[in-house]
Design a protein around this ligand. Sequence first.
Ligand code: COA
Length: 183
Amino acid sequence: MLLLHAQTARLELREFTIDDIANIYALESIPSVARYQKWPPRTWLEAEDVIREIVDDQKSIPREHFELAVWHGRTFIGRVGANVKDGQASLWYSFMPAWNGKGFATEAMKAFISLLGPVRLKIECDPRNTRSWRLAERLGFAKIRLTEKEFVCKGEWVGSLVYQKEPPPPPCLETIEEDEESS
Ligand SMILES: CC(C)(COP(=O)(O)OP(=O)(O)OC[C@H]1O[C@@H](n2cnc3c(N)ncnc32)[C@H](O)[C@@H]1OP(=O)(O)O)[C@@H](O)C(=O)NCCC(=O)NCCS
């Protein structure tokens, strides 16, 4: 099983377990967290389903769905996730409003992205979700597409803003040869 873990200056990113139902419920039952998602605020039963799916996905080979719980000390503050396939990762994130505005999402996403390795990264969000696209820009993503009316969700037309970041180029051959000669 491929399990991920990261430690940053202020945060720990760890795999979800079946004991995290209350944490997902606490986060995703908040109306402002669900505002720009396709789903309404989650019920407890929906939170149970979310956790079961996340835990099941951890066992998939190859693993394509990565989802980590973000902890600040002993407090669960959010989640980061990615679907990774064919060298491309679609990313998402959501954090407890009480912990917004402190750079935690930026710090967690930087650590999460380095765990994913050299893949092309994508973030798609509702153009009205200013905090989300500002996070993409803080992470160095480039805006590649804006569609004003993409689909109808929760009774209204929703646009789509897509950000992308290319993986860093592989180290060049000369550098490797130089390093080998000098060692
Ligand atoms: C999207 C979301 C994660 C962004 O959260 P955020 O708090 O704006 O992002 P960060 O935690 O990186 O904090 C950035 C803010 O902290 C400030 N900050 C303080 N210290 C910082 C540091 N060390 N590093 C970076 N930023 C720092 C930044 O200046 C920025 O301030 P601003 O809000 O005045 O612009 C959050 O709004 C959220 O969870 N929304 C609900 C779920 C959602 O919509 N998800 C996206 C679906 S596509």
